[in-house]
Design a binder for this molecule. Structure first.
Ligand code: GLC
Length: 750
């Protein structure tokens, strides 16, 4: 017992923990008198109750803990927030129970994972990121917020802002890809869309920047795996989107399940107290991930849930999601002097402030209005927005032989296990999106072309057999080729074939890491069989992650990346394939040629033996160095030619301009991308870093001059001490249509 207390006290002596005012490091005296007044009336147990969060209802999103005694805790005000309960009526009922029965009547916050839409389902976040259209992503988040808030829910666990470079990790579908700059701007857009200007507005909700931090770098892309990164990677790649989230006013943060170099993020003093609270001045709430406090025991840093609770709360995790750890242990820990009550008070102040900001003390039931729910949830105008966002998320990877846009005449063969699939486009984190509710590709083509074309259809093969849901592991069909004959016959009798292949909704997402990232099951065999009898193939991919498709890239003339596009998937795909919408998406994440290249990304270091196919230089013997499709890649039905790159330094800025002409025969949007390279610095800097982009419409024959400004802050990086520094010297300034097609000039900046 004695040495345990000593251990705990040793923990408490960790640097940074307490400032002179006896407040935990990074804690703030709250400036809202109502919070202080209420806090002063609360017992210790009631305070701890605010730090306790339970999942309620059927929409479980994690391995559920013991349920006994939970009802009583609600009645005694020992639950502060709830996740997974939705609906104006349901939330009103539980709110009433708590407000009317607990001593102080402190209202609950209701939370839910609204990741890409609530009822109207939008493209996966990774897909939306491919639009590079920040206004559109803000609009999409706003729709999600309206439907969520109208359903009585106050808080979503989004945006997920984890940078990731490893397509084996199933949750790449949930983020914004491999780049911290793009990820930071998208985080800002989504937070603004969700939170609007006033959190107390009944059509805005609190956002949650997650998972703080490092989750996207799970070793080998295996979900929940260890994370081994250094400070350079942490500060320059992983943290920027989180810092952007603080600057965007994200109301909450969520812990990551993983450790960083052996220290679990849920109990990590450095990232929480020192960085997030003290250095960044964050005043919001940090919620654990599902049972991530309890899992500190599995991590091997806590002997039991009591020690886990002490580590987590002293590090700065304010709310315990589904571990029942805080509510069971914190009172005793305070009595034993292992956790100071000031630490509890700091957490509870932040939680109460959030409830005041949401307007819940003015009216605990204001979001739970059945009439408003009926009007807003699933409103028809949201479908048009979903369709626009989906179309702009589509990336044209390859386009040859003038197959696209489709002529709209003759016989179109539609083949593949995803061609009529109305479920997979709804994606993995589908909230209240109904299963099998998407417009399928087949339906979209029918809607677009009607009787002008003859559609021939064959499924070809199944993709998965057995369960296909969030909770159960699916099995991939790899035996039954009985559908191939019909598919070949359809291909033989069609002028052009749309073959729709990829992944089902639950082949990516949480707990869906894959060791191979090719086309699952029999799909490649089916593609080859079809290709034998008809070369006029458009491969339409539906997937939640970059896939390895080397044979298709080599042999199929047209390839369109459509991800999982949500409720309006089929209509949006038809809008692009028919030419009604000229594709403008750009990859937010590199496509490897082979899984052995993972993690592969554009903003790599040069290394001492830069990539080359020469023997003693960085390369694999069995695959070339470049990705199949690079970051920022995306074609159009027209062509954009770049010229006249001008780079000049004046006073404190570098001005960059370039001319872009639409040299083809379709009006189209282009994403003009600006990259830098800091050629010599105190630490190795990436060979390319995205530092600006603009998406603009350029009409046929039109030339546009695109201009950028770079400040010394833009040219800075985090050095070994985690300080943001500018170091004078030579820089490459590059502008182009992708990270692999650039005009570059070198300039000395001092
Ligand atoms: C899950 C996820 C997290 C989600 C939470 C609540 O395990 O890791 O992103 O918000 O639990 O559902």
């Amino acid at each position: 017992m004695k040495n345990m207390i000593t251990r705990y006290l040793a923990l408490l002596l960790l640097p940074v923990l307490f400032g002179c005012s006896n407040l935990p490091a990074g804690a703030q005296e709250n400036d809202d008198p109502r919070v202080e007044k209420l806090l002063a009336r609360m017992t210790l147990k009631e305070k701890i109750g605010q730090m306790n969060q339970y999942s309620v209802g059927p929409n479980l999103t994690g391995p559920s803990g013991p349920q006994d005694g939970r009802y009583e805790r609600f009645m005694k005000g020992e639950v502060g927030s709830v996740l997974n309960l939705v609906g104006a009526e349901e939330t009103r009922k539980l709110q009433k129970l708590v407000v009317e029965n607990s001593r102080l009547g402190i209202p609950l916050i209701f939370s839910y994972d609204v990741i890409h839409g609530y009822k109207t389902i939008f493209p996966l976040p990774l897909a939306e990121s491919a639009s590079w259209d920040l206004d559109l992503m803000e609009k999409s988040a706003r729709v999600a917020a309206q439907e969520t808030a109208a359903s009585g829910v106050h808080w979503t666990f989004a945006p997920m802002v984890d940078v990731s470079r490893d397509a084996r990790w199933g949750r790449v579908m949930e983020g914004s890809g491999e780049d911290p700059y793009l990820g930071s701007l998208i985080a800002n857009a989504r937070i603004k869309g969700l939170q609007g200007d006033d959190l107390s507005d009944v059509l805005t909700i609190a956002a949650c920047a997650k998972h703080f931090v490092g989750y996207g770098f799970a070793e080998s892309g295996k979900d929940y795996n260890a994370v081994n990164i250094g400070r350079n990677m942490l500060h320059n790649v992983l943290l920027p989107p989180f810092k952007a989230s603080v600057e965007s006013g994200a109301a909450t943060f969520m812990n990551a399940f993983n450790d960083i170099d052996g220290v679990p993020s849920t109990a990590n003093q450095y990232i929480l107290r020192e960085l997030l609270f003290q250095k960044w001045g964050y005043k919001g709430v940090v919620v654990s991930d599902w049972n991530s406090i309890g899992e500190l025991v599995n991590h091997g840093v806590a002997k039991d849930e009591s020690q886990a609770s002490a580590l987590a709360v002293n590090a700065g995790s304010h709310i315990d999601m589904e571990a029942d750890a805080y509510i069971e242990n914190l009172e005793q820990l305070v009595k034993d002097g292992i956790v100071k009550e000031e630490v509890i008070d700091d957490a509870v102040r932040r939680i109460l402030q959030l409830k005041y900001d949401l307007g819940l003390f003015d009216d605990p039931y204001k979001y739970s209005d059945v009439e408003r729910e009926k009007q807003i949830v699933g409103a028809s105008e949201f479908k048009d927005i979903a369709r626009e966002v989906a179309a702009k998320s589509i990336v044209l990877l390859k386009s040859e032989n003038d197959l696209l846009p489709l002529s709209g005449k003759g016989k179109i063969g539609i083949i593949g296990p995803l061609a009529k699939d109305k479920d997979s486009p709804i994606g993995n984190w589908r909230a209240q999106g109904e299963s099998n509710s998407a417009i399928s590709l087949y339906e979209g083509i029918e809607n677009a072309f009607g009787d002008a074309v003859q559609l021939n259809y064959a499924k070809g093969c199944d993709l998965s057999i057995g369960p296909n849901n969030f909770f159960e592991e699916l099995q991939i069909e790899a035996e039954d080729r009985s559908g191939f004959a019909k598919a070949v016959q359809v291909a033989r009798s069609s002028d052009v074939v749309l073959i729709v292949l990829g992944e089902t909704a639950y082949m990516s997402g949480e707990a869906r890491s894959r060791s191979e990232i090719g086309l699952p099951g029999l799909q490649l065999e089916l593609l080859k069989a079809v290709h034998k009898v008809n070369k006029n193939i458009v491969l339409v991919l539906m997937n939640g992650r970059p896939l390895t498709i080397p044979w298709a890239a080599e042999n199929v003339p047209a390839i369109v990346e459509t991800w999982h596009l949500g409720s309006e998937a089929g209509n949006a795909i038809a809008d692009v394939l028919s030419g009604k919408v000229n594709p403008s998406g750009k990859l937010p994440m590199s496509f490897p040629r082979a899984v052995g290249q993972a993690p592969i990304y554009y903003n790599k270091l040069n290394t001492g033996r830069p990539e080359s196919d020469m023997v003693f230089y960085s390369h694999h013997m069995d695959v070339e160095n470049s990705p199949q499709y690079p970051f920022g890649h995306g074609l159009s039905y027209t062509t954009f030619d770049y010229s006249n790159l001008v780079v000049a330094q004046n006073q404190e800025e570098v001005s960059v301009s370039v001319q872009v002409v639409n040299a083809g025969d379709h009006n189209g949007e282009e994403v003009v991308q600006l990259y830098i390279r800091d050629i010599v610095a105190s630490t190795s800097r990436p060979v390319l870093e995205l530092k600006g982009f603009t998406k603009l419409m350029i009409a046929v024959g039109e030339t546009k001059k695109v201009e950028f400004k770079l400040t010394k802050t833009d040219l800075s990086f985090y050095d070994r001490n985690g300080d943001h520094v500018f170091e004078p010297g030579e820089f490459n300034i590059s502008v182009g249509t992708s990270s692999a097609k650039l005009l570059t000039q070198k300039i000395e900046i001092n």
